[in-house]
Ligand binder design. Structure first.
Ligand code: HEC
Length: 259
């Protein structure tokens, strides 16, 4: 009797499992593949930033992404964190024109940015940004790597993930097909194309290299203190190991006369 009931229960469960896919049709979102894991310099507890890659990524951001995306949490002086000298920071900042308070007549005035200025935003406000982008808002990239599930691998996959839509896939006007974007329709046109920037260090400028570099830069922008944090963690662990040894030695000494 008992065995029969167990058998019946198992049968019902198997039937339910088989029926489940039919009851919940797969949505477009479920078809998004997992972003392929990349070999990042900042992975693992001993990871740190590949500064050359981050500097190339800054160039990609400045020449390509900054036409649409702001980086509001960054000041030009922060670029010291990826190895720019004060003179390089000053030269980099001075290419950009930013608002600089009021002139003697009380009118707003613009001038070349200094290291103390925030990164220049491409649009004065959200409405202007949407108007220029078919109604979609290009998100601020300061914390984007932390904000998206899949983090650096996901951003890298999006930049590499443009393709022609599969046959029969219905695209909305002004949208672009992307293998890794939820729903596969993204308002951002493919931003990177082979040879789009010219690196001074001779690194090839194919899409995957530029994507890798700009993601390294954005990972640093979102987590500038990561290297210090990891080093502190290692120091704390070493200290705890040392203290454990010391405590054990003291305990043995104190109790050494008790038999
Ligand atoms: C022509 C304007 C334009 C350029 C250039 C551009 N983007 Fe975008 N980007 C957009 C818009 C618009 C969206 C919003 C897309 C949406 O929500 O469908 C977006 C969204 C994104 C997202 C968020 C995706 C998500 O999961 O929501 C990331 C990350 C991103 N862009 C990175 C970049 C990087 C890195 C570059 C430079 C290599 C770049 N973009 C260049 C317009 C642009």
């Amino acid at each position: 009797m008992r065995a029969l009931r167990t058998l019946l229960a198992a049968g019902t469960m198997a039937a339910a499992l088989l029926a489940a896919p039919a009851l919940t049709p797969a949505t477009a979102e479920e078809n998004v593949p997992t972003p392929p894991p990349q070999n990042w310099s900042f992975n693992g507890i001993f990871g740190s930033y590949d500064l050359a890659a981050a500097q190339r990524g800054l160039q990609v951001y400045a020449e390509v992404c900054s036409n649409c995306h702001s980086l509001n949490l960054l000041h030009y002086r922060d670029l010291a964190g990826i190895g720019l000298t004060p003179a390089q920071v000053k030269a980099f900042a001075s290419q950009f024109t930013v608002p600089q308070g009021l002139d003697d007549q009380g009118n707003p005035k613009d001038g070349p940015a200094t290291p103390a200025d925030k990164f220049r935003s491409p649009f004065p406000n959200e409405k202007a940004a949407r108007a220029a982008n078919n109604g979609a808002l290009p998100p601020d990239l300061s914390l984007i790597v932390n904000a998206r599930e899949g983090h650096a691998d996901y951003i890298d996959a999006i930049l590499n993930g443009y393709a022609d839509p599969p046959a029969g896939f219905k695209m909305q006007d002004g949208m672009n097909y992307n293998k890794y974007f939820p729903g596969h329709q993204i308002a951002m046109p493919q931003p990177l194309h082979d040879g789009q920037v010219t690196y001074t260090d001779g690194t090839p400028t194919n899409i995957s290299q530029m994507a890798h570099d700009v993601v390294t830069f954005l990972e640093w922008a979102a987590n500038p203190e990561m290297v210090e944090r990891k080093q502190m963690g290692i120091r704390v662990v070493l200290f705890l190991v040392f203290m454990t040894g010391l405590t054990y030695a003291v305990k043995r000494k104190i109790w050494s006369n008790v038999h």
